[in-house]
Design a protein around this ligand. Structure first.
Ligand SMILES: *Cc1c(COP(=O)(O)O)cnc(C)c1O
Length: 417
């Protein structure tokens, strides 16, 4: 296991119960430092894309390390503020520009306007003159149609061919464009980053007032041994060169912003569950390990066919008596899609994992579950409570950072007319 010991698992079971998420402070801080070390020519400000995991204890660690915030919604802005971020360190790029952002704009929260309608809306408010614009540069690199956020099939950002229209709207509302933003999806290929950085710099040519280029997130990590991880130094080096060339050509020294979510969080959290039942469909079928968790905590496998490392952990003395066999790991919801071992990239198909023969009561630890798991699960489906979250401190102590939801909290907003 990445950072948990068997003793940790026993302590977690006794103190908070399963399922629970455990974040590792040392990994969070090390990842933040790797991000702060991203190559740049004329200044860098990395922002944490907080939708990956928005719990206050995680935000506070990144605040201490000196990261800013990329918020995806107005409620996320408020959450970052409550966790201690100053308004000057938060930037919003949202698909829904809610009316109450008018107050935050006044307080100095920055924004990347993501559509022509958002330019109209923000311009009419007249609360702030300085804006960023998010463009869809016409190219994407996401792993599949659900993680691809660039190109003609993506709804995110102002389409590249609407550039002139965006410029004239900004002039009409007297908006000063200080930043160009692109975010085109997960990728580890330096060539793709280079292409996107140069497309984004080209957009900046049309805006003499632009001082900052924001290249978004999408730094892919390797959850499974056959996946390729992003080397930040490798993807950043050619980008730095492009900024230098741009400065030589134009005299403009642009600052760089990046917004990783996955890179900062993915490996920094494990989901601790237990096997609570075992079922079998006989010789032609499968042996199913049923966890006390599932899509209520981790939806990525059901949604994308995403693969996560799975460790079946029994008492240390027993491990040697457990043969390795092919098993299917499923969740606890009444839903056949609640599957932890889909075929890679194909959530419709079921696959097996070669794991020690599981028994009821064994721990099952799902790793690399920090990004888009706790924050993006089918919470409260089947009326299961939201799971607890724990921080493994740098000294090894386990500290509760989010309590398990109570039954009353699940139904507290219901009204019987
Ligand atoms: C989600 C998101 C990110 C982070 O993406 P990762 O793939 O998690 O790094 C960054 N910027 C924007 C605008 C986003 O929507």
């Amino acid at each position: 296991m990445r950072f948990l010991s068997y003793d940790d698992l026993e302590e977690l079971q006794m103190e908070v119960g399963t399922p629970c998420f455990v974040y590792d402070e040392a990994t969070l801080r090390a990842n933040a430092r790797a991000v702060l070390d991203f190559p740049h020519a004329f200044g860098l400000f990395p922002r944490y894309a907080m939708k990956a995991a928005p719990t206050a204890a995680v935000l506070r660690i990144f605040n201490e390390e000196g990261l800013g915030i990329d918020a995806s919604s107005v409620p996320e802005v408020e959450r970052a503020i409550r966790a201690g971020f100053g308004t000057e360190s938060i930037s919003l790029s949202t698909q829904e520009l809610a009316d109450d952002f008018i107050y935050w704009a006044q307080d100095g929260i920055r924004i990347n306007l993501c559509s022509l309608n958002q330019i109209h809306k923000f311009g009419k408010w007249g609360k702030s003159r300085r804006v960023g614009l998010r463009f869809n540069p016409g190219k994407g690199s996401g792993g599949n149609n659900r993680t691809n956020v660039g190109g003609p099939a993506s709804s995110f950002g102002i389409w590249k061919d609407d550039l002139e229209h965006a410029i004239s709207l900004c002039q009409e509302y007297k908006l000063v464009v200080e930043r160009i933003h692109t975010h085109i999806g997960s990728g580890a290929d330096p060539e793709v980053w280079k292409t996107v950085a140069s497309m984004t710099l080209n957009l900046a040519r049309s805006f003499p007032s632009v001082e900052t280029i924001n290249l978004g997130g999408g730094y892919k990590v390797a959850r499974m041994p056959d996946e390729k991880a992003t080397d930040l130094q490798e993807v950043g080096a050619p980008v730095k060169e492009l900024f230098k060339q741009f400065a030589e050509e134009t005299g403009r020294k642009l600052k760089l912003e990046i917004e990783p979510g996955t890179f900062l969080l993915a490996h920094a959290c494990s989901l601790v569950t237990r096997v609570q039942d075992i079922n079998s469909t006989g010789k032609e079928g499968y042996r199913f390990l049923k966890l006390d968790s599932g899509m209520t905590e981790i939806l990525r496998p059901s949604l994308y066919g995403a693969q996560h490392p799975i460790h079946l952990v029994c008492e240390p003395g027993q491990q040697k008596f457990r043969e390795l066999i092919d098993q299917v790991v499923v969740g606890h919801c009444c839903e056949s899609g609640d599957l932890l071992t889909p075929a890679p990239g194909d959530p419709e198909a079921l696959a097996t994992r070669n794991l020690p023969r599981g028994e009821i009561g064994d721990f099952c630890v799902i790793e690399s579950a920090g990004a888009y798991c706790s924050s993006m699960a089918a919470k409260n489906y089947n009326s299961f409570p939201e799971a607890a979250e724990v921080l493994r401190k740098e000294d090894g102590r386990l500290a509760l950072i989010r309590k398990r939801q109570t039954f009353d909290q699940i139904i507290e907003n219901e009204v019987v007319p």
